[in-house]
Write a protein that binds this ligand. Structure first.
Ligand code: RIB
Length: 311
């Protein structure tokens, strides 16, 4: 089984559950407030580790209690946190408002995540690179760090998977040479700088990314599944119908699942199916870290889902 390095954000999520979002001027009572460990990078690392990959995580926390708790949570999942850095100021925080139907809205206060530097990236990647099978990253850290990750991966022949969220003005050219880019439709539109809605428009935009020395594009379509596009293959995968409690970390679990599938040498179609199951598992539980899929959870999901489908 391969070794992965996940580089990205780590946040303390303040999860606020409400029946519905207030409109301007409305007061809405909150059902529950919880502190749950999250951050796109930490979530991906949590999922790759729980799915069985040897996982090293690099991210930055602040000098606060949240930072300690975030590192503890990663270590409890068996993740190597020895490269992590503590920066001045506070750790990243997210205010996540979850509505009764499981949809969320997220406000990000980046804290230490924004203090990651290109020098940090070099210090982590260069010694580890001979052992790595894949690097996973997202855009919740400074974009120059993401660019450097992609560049080093390309130079050293290590696949770099980039989850293109949150897009934050990133342009396609900045991800040139990534092995795989995984945006949702809005992020894909932002990368190619025009609206992308129909399947034809998605494919055309994805082909523009492929032209940037990118091997594959995995477009997340939310409840409609996903679309994989490479030079030789186009695969459309439907989502699994599950009871949606909270969609937080579904995309992170999906990305991790795809990485695991590829590193387990599954066919592309099976890796995408595995990723989709991981995403489906994540939406059935509240919060980020508690909802990340494990190997056993995927096996149980396969049994249960197939059993229900045939009833
Ligand atoms: O992808 C979900 C994550 O986005 C949350 O855990 C939150 O921290 C934000 O980074």
């Amino acid at each position: 089984m391969g070794k992965v390095l996940v580089i990205g954000s780590i946040n303390m999520d303040i999860v606020i559950s409400v029946e519905h979002m207030p409109v301007g001027g409305e007061n809405v009572y909150v059902n529950d407030v919880e502190l749950i460990c999250g951050g796109k990078g930490a979530n991906q690392a949590g999922a790759t580790a729980k799915l069985g990959l040897d996982t090293v995580y690099f991210g930055c926390v602040g000098q606060d209690e949240n930072g300690k708790r975030l590192i503890d949570t990663l270590q409890q999942s068996g993740i190597d946190t020895s490269y992590m850095k503590v920066k001045d100021g506070g750790s990243g925080q997210c205010y996540i408002i979850v509505e009764g139907d499981g949809q969320n809205r997220i406000l990000v206060s980046p804290g230490a995540n924004e203090k990651m530097t290109v020098e940090d990236i070099d210090q982590v990647i260069l010694p580890l690179i001979p052992e790595l099978d894949m690097i996973l990253t997202q855009l919740e850290i400074p974009l120059e760090c993401v660019e450097r990750i992609v560049q080093l991966g390309k130079e050293h022949g290590v696949k770099v998977f980039v989850d293109a969220g949150p897009i934050r003005g990133c342009k396609a050219e900045q991800l040139r040479g990534a092995w795989c880019i995984s945006p949702n439709e809005t992020e894909l539109g932002a990368l190619v700088e025009r609206k992308v809605q129909t399947e034809e428009e998605i494919v055309k935009a994805a082909e523009e990314l492929l032209a940037l020395d990118v091997e594959c594009v995995l477009v997340k379509l939310g409840g409609s599944g996903c679309l994989y596009i490479s030079k030789d293959e186009r695969i459309r995968q439907k989502s699994y119908k599950v009871n949606v409690v909270d969609t937080t970390a579904a995309g992170d679990s999906f990305s991790a699942g795809f990485a695991v599938g590829v590193l387990e040498n599954k066919s592309t179609k099976d890796a995408i199916d595995y990723a989709t199951k991981c995403g489906a598992i994540a939406v059935t539980k509240k919060g980020a870290s508690p909802s990340l899929p494990t190997k056993e959870a995927v096996m149980n999901f396969e049994k249960e889902y197939l059993r229900n489908e045939t009833l």
